[in-house]
Ligand binder design. Structure first.
Ligand code: GTP
Ligand code: MG
Length: 373
């Protein structure tokens, strides 16, 4: 049995079967198929050809082939790691304000229209001395994919609901993302400083969405807070840490890092800039990283306050410089041993992406119509 990925080239298939590519081409010809050396073969062609040479085939997906095996075996040094906590909820319910209060910053003030349009990643040490990595997500309905990614990367979700409003569409969507990702939820009922706040109404609305809070005999921890005055926020953080303790999160800081892309873009002065959440291992300046279909040597790293750092351990968000392009949010980041290995995998992955985008392209060009006629 031959393990083959679909769309392998005729040449590569020949070497897999240990025959000359000319044999493959002439066999194809005798079967009425015109095939050139570098032509990529679809599943049907592969099945016919391998059968002709006496092989059974098993298809593996190209993505599978391009996965980097996680370093195994040296996970003896598992150490406690900080929880990664994603803040989700309906637009304007106070997610960024909550983080601003916790971090003593004013991110909301600098946002266009007061609306978050990306995922922010922050490193926080609570008053009790515990570290938490926070992801701030946009609440606007347009950013569903970003919320889904945020929920996937996270250990715990804080769902913020404004007490002067209601359980809204993106509240429900956020709850759903967290549940699909199997992530524990802590409810923050925000804006309780407002005269129009009605936390009981929120608890009731939540119960109708199958989220019964502890005060009402359910299993979900919740906390009334004000991101404006700070009321209840320390208690909220303690509840999050309690949830983290139950999860007993561990990672080995002593191996090569792996993590996920939170966002990436091209900066005029600095080149490609990527925000990464390190999940295991320690990422260091000088490391060779593969991030989706891109790679590079880490030139410099910065923490969430813009300060230069030389390394970043598990559950730490960092901004890194040195990639040869902008990977997609959500893609895996892996440290590779050699530059060559990283370049090859990145190259194969970008080729795969190109082919996939051609195959899924909905519009047929005039040129293609011409060729079909
Ligand atoms: P998106 O990121 O766009 O989804 O919004 P958000 O959830 O991050 O809300 P944001 O923190 O931007 O707050 C929205 C508005 O609510 C701002 O005007 C805040 O000042 C206000 N706000 C947030 N929290 C509180 C609070 O606890 N009390 C009061 N009174 N106002 C609040
Ligand atoms: Mg926001």
């Amino acid at each position: 049995t031959l393990r083959v990925t679909e769309f392998i080239s005729a040449n590569d298939l020949a070497s897999l079967m240990d025959v000359s590519v000319n044999d493959v081409i002439s066999t194809c010809l005798s079967l009425g198929m015109f095939v050139s050396i570098n032509q990529r073969l679809d599943a049907e062609a592969i099945t016919v050809i391998t059968d002709e040479f006496g092989y059974a085939v098993q298809f593996t997906s190209a993505e599978e082939e391009l996965e980097v095996e996680e370093e195994q075996g040296n996970d003896v040094n598992l150490q406690h790691r900080a929880p990664i906590v994603t803040i989700m909820g309906h637009v304007d319910h106070g997610k960024t304000s909550l983080l601003d209060y916790i971090r003593n910053t004013k991110v909301t003030a600098s946002e266009a229209g007061g609306i978050t349009q990306h995922i922010g990643a922050y490193d926080v040490t609570t008053k009790s001395g515990n570290k938490i990595a926070f992801l701030d997500t946009p609440g606007h309905e347009a950013f569903t994919a970003m919320r889904a990614r945020g929920a996937k990367l996270t250990d715990i979700a804080i769902i913020v609901v404004a007490a002067d409003d209601d359980v809204m569409p993106q509240t429900r969507e956020a709850i759903n993302h967290a549940q699909v990702a199997g992530v524990p939820i802590v409810i923050a009922i925000n804006k309780i400083d407002k005269p129009s706040a009605n936390p009981d109404k929120i608890r009731e609305a939540l119960s109708k969405n199958n989220i019964l809070v502890e005060e009402w005999g359910g299993k979900y921890q919740s906390q009334e807070i004000s991101a404006k005055t700070g009321k209840g926020i320390d208690d909220l953080l303690e509840k999050v840490l309690l949830e983290a303790e139950i999860l007993n999160l561990k990672a080995n800081p002593d191996k090569n890092a792996s993590g996920s892309v939170i966002e990436a873009s091209l900066d005029k002065g600095r080149g490609y800039v990527a925000t990464i959440m390190v999940q295991t291992g320690t990422l260091k300046v000088g490391d060779i990283v593969l991030a989706g279909a891109h790679y590079g040597r880490v030139k410099a790293m910065f923490d969430d306050t813009g300060k230069k750092v030389n390394e970043a351990g598990p559950s730490t968000p960092v901004v890194l410089l040195g990639l040869d392009g902008a990977p997609q949010a959500g893609e895996k980041v892996t440290v590779m041993e050699t530059d060559r290995e990283a370049r090859e995998l990145a190259g194969k992955r970008s080729q795969l992406l190109r082919e996939q985008s051609i195959r899924t392209k909905k519009h047929i060009t005039l040129d293609e119509i011409g060729r079909r006629l």
